[in-house]
Design a protein around this ligand. Structure first.
Ligand code: THU
Length: 141
């Protein structure tokens, strides 16, 4: 990945973080995804008084991309207001797995430790995917 592409995704994620709606946790998160078509979508966390209805920044960005016709994501940058690495939560990892290219990269930044580029495969080994769904009438006895 080029340095320019990496910094563009991080800058876009930081821009999106400004729009975080996080009155309950006070923890803002921003994400930016690069799709296989070369388009960039960003998102922030959007909290709710009914805490379970909260949507994470990663899923906001991915749902925006998918709702506009993109179905494959090759890179995601995630940042958070603590300045530490913003590792995606378990639900987001499952959603990322649905749309990730085989070689998808996760980009994280810590203000002291620098930038990490990690293969998404390391985030959700042995993932449950569409391949694991077998219809009842196709199951072996
Ligand atoms: N959050 C994200 O946006 N992404 C994650 O991967 C982890 C958590 C948000 C959800 C909530 O608004 C706040 O961080 C605290 O959990």
């Amino acid at each position: 990945m080029s340095e320019q592409q990496k910094s563009q995704l991080l800058v876009t994620a930081k821009e999106a973080m400004k729009y975080a709606y996080a009155p309950y946790s006070g923890f803002s998160v921003g994400a930016a995804v690069l799709t296989a078509e070369g388009r960039v979508y960003s998102g922030c966390n959007i909290e709710n008084a009914s805490f379970g209805a909260t949507n994470c920044a990663e899923r906001t960005a991915i749902f925006k991309a998918v709702s506009e016709g993109c179905s494959s994501i090759s890179k995601i940058a995630v940042v958070c207001s603590s300045g530490h690495y913003a590792y995606p939560c378990g639900i987001c990892r499952q959603v990322i797995a649905e749309f990730a290219t085989d070689d998808m990269i996760v980009i994280l930044e810590d203000s002291d430790k620098g930038i990490l580029e990690l293969p998404f495969k390391e985030f959700l080994p042995a993932a449950f995917t569409g391949k694991d769904i077998v219809a009842d009438d196709k199951q072996e006895e």
